[in-house]
Design a protein around this ligand. Structure first.
Ligand code: C5P
Length: 401
């Protein structure tokens, strides 16, 4: 998504300025063109040479240096950017932008731009919580400036509290979100993700290798496209997606309760979780001891959550399921699509390289109720998620015809 986007990273003079190097590097790695503006104070914390090397572009500091003979730098930079990222943004720079003061290249360029501006505050916690700073932030937010809140933690000044620059990954996600077209506004998307754990005794469970990556990518993509997103997730090691409500669950029965509680309120339901089909019939209160000879564990069926959801499906709801198969992919997926009353099913063949659990990519076929089969090439899971939402949008468009 950030490939070929033009990003200006504007660095003001706080100790977190050194973290801007990591941010610039990450944007460049994602294929963006990055230019850096620094305040004079920022150059005391990190050298322009570092940023110039990482961005492969000259760094802009001086208000009166000419880019080309005929170009005025703050105007050409203001027009160049698809987005401005002020990171770190000091109390001083936030105050100046909020008050319409433009007395250096950074503040002048921001005032001259029509592109979105994402402000990432970083400062001492007393400064950040100061009512004047908060008023300035509120005023700018009201005017359409975007913010990534600082994190809580130990600050460079040894104080503990809010004021640490947000992590680069959060800033990048916010940029992705701002630059994504909002075509799912008004949709309430429910996504299930990850494996379930079916307890056997206090220390053991039955589970599967699902990483949750596909479900988390769906939640992320939906949020970027403007939907309200609820993610019901079994245990994973993934970071909760930004801007998404996360309901953590463990077992299939817990997942069923969470899904059924929120079903009526959702407009798009995507079941990407790898729900265990069976659970131990008896949950031992104490740790099962080893004995001589084999141990037999009796299993009972778990509820089929999507089947239950299919029975309650309302007219305006779109229900999407997944099928992971190692044989007869299409026939099996088509049967599930019908039995579970899905609008379409996303089928992946476990035998294909780059598909399924753990992987960052997926190779899927999207099969709908009418029998059409869309064969997608190997793609990143976010791209697969976007292809799934494009199909949901096609269903919406057809039902409005
Ligand atoms: O039948 P199978 O488990 O392969 O179906 C896969 C689809 O059904 C997935 O969308 C999965 O999330 C959902 N499912 C479910 N409850 C189960 C088993 C699967 O919702 N107990």
């Amino acid at each position: 998504m950030l490939k070929d986007k033009k990003i200006i990273v504007a660095i003001s003079g706080g100790i977190a300025a050194y973290k801007a190097a990591d941010l610039v590097r990450a944007f460049v790695k994602k294929g963006a063109f990055v230019k850096v503006i620094m305040t004079e104070n920022a150059t005391k914390f990190i050298t322009p040479l570092t940023l110039q090397t990482l961005s492969s572009n000259p760094v802009f500091i001086d208000m009166f240096s000419l880019i080309k003979e005929s170009e005025i730098s703050h105007i050409s930079l203001a027009q160049y950017a698809d987005i401005f990222v002020v990171a770190p943004a000091t109390a001083n720079v936030i105050g100046k932008i909020a008050s319409g003061i433009a007395d250096d290249l950074l503040t002048t360029t921001i005032m001259a731009t029509k592109s979105p501006v994402l402000i990432c505050p970083a400062m001492n916690t007393n400064m950040y919580t100061n009512a004047i700073v908060q008023e300035n932030i509120a005023k700018l937010a009201l005017r359409g400036y975007y913010f990534v809140d600082p994190q809580c933690g130990e600050l460079a000044c040894k104080a503990t509290g809010s004021g640490r620059l947000a992590e680069s990954s959060d800033i990048i996600e916010e940029v992705e979100c701002i630059l994504t077209e909002k075509d799912l506004v008004g949709e309430r998307v429910l996504v299930t993700a990850g494996p379930t754990r079916e307890p056997l005794d206090p220390v053991r469970y039955i589970s599967n290798y699902s990483s949750g990556k596909m479900g988390y990518a769906l939640a992320t993509a939906a949020r970027r496209r403007g939907a309200d997103v609820l993610l019901i997730s079994g245990p994973t090691s993934l970071k909760p997606p930004r801007g998404v409500k996360l309901v953590p669950v463990e077992s299939a029965v817990e997942m069923q309760t969470a899904v059924m509680n929120c079903l009526a309120d959702s407009t798009i339901i995507i079941k990407a979780a790898a729900v265990a089909d069976y659970r131990p019939a008896i949950l031992s209160k104490t740790k099962i001891k080893k004995r001589r000879g084999p141990l037999v564990i009796s299993l009972e069926r778990n509820p089929d959550i999507i089947f239950e959801a299919g029975k309650k499906k309302k007219k305006n709801q779109v229900l999407v399921g997944f099928a992971m198969e190692s044989e007869d992919l299409i026939e099996n997926a088509q049967k599930k699509l019908k039995d579970k009353r899905m609008d379409f099913i996303v089928a992946n063949d476990l035998t294909q390289e780059g598909a399924g659990f753990q992987s960052d990519t997926n190779v899927v076929k999207i099969i709908d109720k009418q029998g059409s089969i869309k064969d997608l090439p190997k793609m990143g899971k976010i791209e697969v998620a976007n292809a799934i939402f494009d199909c949901v949008k096609q269903i919406r468009a057809k039902s409005n015809e």
